[in-house]
Design a protein around this ligand. Structure first.
Ligand SMILES: Cc1cc2nc3c(=O)[nH]c(=O)nc-3n(C[C@H](O)[C@H](O)[C@H](O)COP(=O)(O)O)c2cc1C
Length: 218
């Protein structure tokens, strides 16, 4: 089982900490787990001008793998996209920035254009069937986490992945965390649908297990 966490933060702060907790637990459960921190990656915009280039096809017109290697952008994108294709479980973590996901995570989503074709009859996604997890961290209690989570879940649906929340009433569409300053996550300021404060680490561990197919017992 390959477990990949992508952290869409610019600083090694709360998102990185949350991702590290998930990676540690995934490894403890026997998964091969890796974290990609977008803050140190060079990732340029998808220009959308070279569709034929990143969408190689066979003689029947069906999408062939490896298109991500042919992107005209010479940056870290190809390596990140390859890691996404190789993963079984993909977790996206984003800070809430002005009520939305981070721009570098959004740029990555657009770069996954190279992993999908949206042709009516020959549509295909190299991310199809993978399990998707979502974590949003905002500094405010109602800072936009829910919106970011639903945008991530919407993305998973577009690329034909299988979105998975923690379940029950705890986090049906992924984890919404409240943390602002560096290390705030360690203070366990976790919002459970606005009602109770809980232990962020405990929920991140439970979510990791759920994504890996275990039954959480939080
Ligand atoms: C430019 C900027 C905009 C932000 N906008 C919001 C916001 O709209 N809602 C919110 O709850 N927090 C907002 N925050 C707070 C961050 O979401 C919070 O500090 C988070 O922990 C950052 O994650 P990181 O430590 O992984 O970078 C903003 C922070 C920055 C720097």
């Amino acid at each position: 089982m390959r477990f990949l966490v992508i952290v869409g933060s610019q600083r090694k702060g709360n998102g990185f900490q949350a991702g590290s907790i998930m990676i540690e637990e995934a490894r403890r459960c026997g998964a091969t787990a890796n974290l990609i921190f977008l803050g140190t990656q060079q990732l340029d915009f998808c220009q959308g001008v070279c569709h034929h280039q990143c969408h190689p096809r066979d003689d029947k017109g069906y999408l062939l793998p490896g298109g991500w290697q042919h992107c005209t952008r010479e940056d870290d994108g190809a390596r990140i996209l390859k890691s996404m294709v190789e993963a079984d479980v993909l977790v996206l973590i984003s800070p809430v920035l002005f009520g939305n996901m981070s721009s570098n995570l959004k740029i990555l989503m657009e770069r996954t254009n190279a992993l999908c074709s949206f042709d009516q009859e020959k549509d295909f996604s190299f991310l199809a069937g993978k399990i998707g997890g979502a974590v949003a961290i905002g500094g405010a209690r109602h800072g936009g986490q829910e919106r970011v989570l639903s945008d991530m879940m919407h993305y998973f649906a577009i690329v034909q992945m299988m979105p998975l929340g923690l379940g029950e009433y705890q986090a049906p569409q992924g984890l919404a965390l409240v943390a602002d300053g560096l290390g705030d996550l360690g203070h366990d300021q976790w919002v459970d649908y606005g009602i109770k404060q809980a232990d962020a680490k405990r929920y991140l561990i439970a979510y990791t297990k759920k994504l890996l197919g275990y039954h959480p017992s939080v």
